[in-house]
Design a protein around this ligand. Sequence first.
Ligand code: ADP
Length: 648
Amino acid sequence: MTVEATKETRGFETEAKQLLHLMIHSLYSNKEIFLRELISNASDAADKLRFEALHNGELYENDPELKITVEFDKEAKTVTISDNGIGMNRDEVIENLGTIAKSGTSQFLSTLSGDQKKDSQLIGQFGVGFYSSFIVAERVEVFSRRAGAPASEGVHWESQGEADYSIESVDKESRGTTVVLHLQAEQEEFADGYRLRSVIKKYSDHISIPVVMLKDEPPAPPAAESEAEGDAEKTEEAPKAPEFESINSATALWTRSRSDVSDEEYKEFYKHISHDFAEPMKWSHNRVEGKLDYTSLLFIPSKAPFDLYNRDTSRGLKLYIQRTYIMDDAEQFLPMYLRFIKGVIDSNDLSLNVSREILQKDPNIDSIRSALTKRVLDTLDKLAKKDGDAYLGFWKEFGEVMKEGPAEDFSNKEKIAGLFRFASTQEATDEQKQSLDGYLERMKDEQEKIFYVVADNYNTAKSSPHLEVFRKKGIEVLLLSDRVDEWLMGHLTEYKGKSFQDVSKGELDLGKLDTEEEKKEQEKVEEEFKDFAERMKESLKDDVAEVRITHRLTDSPACLVIAADDMGAQMRRLMEQAGQAMPETMPTIEINPNHPLLQKMDQEQDEDRFSDLAKVVFDQASLAEGGSLKDPAAYVHRLNKLLLELSS
Ligand code: ADP
């Protein structure tokens, strides 16, 4: 390779620099993964070449046997990984190795804590790929030439990590990419055939093209005494061409039968396709034959990626057609709420010329999509039944995304809802979440509805005054506090024939859960306190639509209730945060006439003081729901006035 006078030195993009630094300092406990990452890139490059060559066979340049070669030099302390894949031109090298093109990178970097252990996990989720070379190398050289380009368009890139890299044009006869790692002094152990072989076996066995190394020369056998008759003729041995051998099994993993693939292999394959460092939680590998013929291998990650909520984050499966790689992120095969699923689909029916546009229109894709969706939901259901704790781990990571399901995927609404987990008054903590099926089982005989309350956080939900009557009667209420919950419940109106009821909305109707005597008693109390309610309404005429005598409260003096078809407080706050002007609606206040404070108010002759008390009761009811006051200073002022009167 001859060097031309086009060498230039460039600084890494700031974000790349930060990431590099972090990686070098966080991933040292698992150094050998650099090889997995580089082989993974080389394999992707081979996939891309094969894909482009579908339209332009010349790209193979008479060298159609795709492979990855790993070599080492103990003296020079180098490890070299070469591929004859698609290669990169100068611009691509700058773009791919000098910057981090991933969306949300700076957002990701800002989530890092400085705690190396935690950060190394996060970096794993982010995926580090090529930069992991610098965990073991003090200097990295990359030689690359794009398939189809003349030898003179080779590129030589070199860097010592940290700050900058140089790039120059060189001649490169062979197409593809060669990465030369100049090992750090402490990492020389990697310049060793045995070590490299075992790392390749461990992490890269599933790579679908051969990963080859020079054959280890067996030690020469001791020269045997020749007992043959006559003179054994001594022949001069011609120097042999170096012989390479394949280290991996080199068949596409998903084409093998399930029983032939070990868990370890599945896990490593997952890491290869997902760029995730953590192991998958579960996978499902299936071959479908019949009208449509395809193989799918779907993985449920154990950790949510940092950019799960980025709109333009990559999602979807890796699409192969008859074992030829076609595209990444084929998002047509799964609905949006399952965007965290990683995997491969290999179809035998689609044309190799397929494009995203064609995929969108192909009715066969719809049926594959619905089959894959069911498969994922069934896999989750099985996991939930078999290992509830592991399933809760899944729910913690992906529950919020799953909650997008009922709105997006009407036909699977009930199946999805069956996978939901909610906090509940049944349990003492937020951690122990309940399924809707569990709720149905515990329902009282006379109970017709599934009750829930929505608040901004678990504690507010749990101490909501609306729950008092339910506690008294021992009726379970689900405690919802995810941002999306109120929106979700708008789409999830019933489950297995039971409708949902927000306990803070509309008039409380416990149906058969109230006895006849209780109903009579309520009517009596309502009659008794009719005047009191009217007096209160007069004081609160600017704040509430109605004052009602309640039977939902046992301990609190009052609570706020919104009309059955009005937007709840959580949704309203969300809309307001999003800059939507919301029409003013007045809540109804429900008061508990058995509460000593209200009984005292009933005796109050001074109308001003009555009005102050009424307003304080109203403001407190807002506070108890986690709401904010329209005029907090007035509340403090009133309360202090009352306190002072009390002590004087
Ligand atoms: P990732 O693989 O997650 O995209 P990397 O940092 O490992 O991130 O690589 C960045 C990009 O560099 C790749 O997406 C690919 O376009 C390019 N690249 C890396 N290695 C190779 C290779 N051996 N051949 C061709 N392109 C490569």
